[in-house]
Design a protein around this ligand. Structure first.
Ligand code: PRP
Length: 186
């Protein structure tokens, strides 16, 4: 188990999206997903950052008459830093079959694209017939691999964001809103 490391003092700067605005947008995304998937909605979500988004999204999908089935995988590309290291590592395995199925792959943020690309490949390598992608946040300025998400909550500038599942060194995931975080240089 990795202990929480001492942190340089970080500062919440600005609330980018309030809890109410997130709720509204998640419902809009659920409408688009419901129109695309119908009742056969098999979700694979990437831990850990997506867990809050997925928890709200599946309940919105349920409210739209869907019965989503959810699996989780771990693919890690960040450490206790605010920049991506540009490599992705799979942690754990799929626990539900994806063979021959359309999959909705969900992550909290599309940054360099390394994680979403690696997870998409993993699902296709395991026999998924198609992978559609959904992210709460898209940060296109940071992209290093050519990938776009099919469903996007919010497109944001190149700022470091925490809350609603997103962390800085495993902190701030509990915040009900999304906010920018500034970490002073050491
Ligand atoms: C973050 C985030 C995405 C990924 C996006 O995960 O949750 O999965 O980085 O970055 P990329 O587009 O540059 O690959 P992280 O590795 O920080 O793990 P976490 O979700 O457990 O916080």
């Amino acid at each position: 188990m990795t202990p929480l490391t001492p942190l340089a003092p970080a500062r919440i700067e600005t609330v980018l999206f309030s809890a109410a605005r997130i709720r509204e947008r998640v419902d809009e995304v659920a409408i688009d997903i419901a129109a695309d998937f119908g009742d056969d909605c098999r979700i694979v979500a990437i831990l850990k950052g997506s867990f809050v988004f997925v928890a709200d999204l599946i309940r919105q999908l349920s409210g739209r008459g869907l019965h989503p089935v959810v699996d989780f995988i771990g693919i890690s590309s960040y450490g206790a830093e605010t920049v991506s290291c540009g490599a992705a590592t799979l942690q754990g395995q799929l626990s539900l079959p994806v063979q021959g199925r359309r999959i909705l792959l969900i992550d909290d943020i599309l940054d360099t694209g390394v994680t979403l690309q690696a997870a998409t490949r993993l699902l296709l390598d395991n026999g998924a017939s198609e992978v559609r992608t959904c992210v709460l946040l898209d940060k296109p300025a940071r992209r290093i691999v050519p990938i776009r998400a099919d469903f996007v909550g919010f497109t944001i500038d190149n700022v470091f964001v925490v809350g609603y599942g997103l962390d800085y060194d495993n902190r701030y995931r509990h915040l009900p809103y999304l906010a920018t975080l500034t970490v002073p240089a050491p």
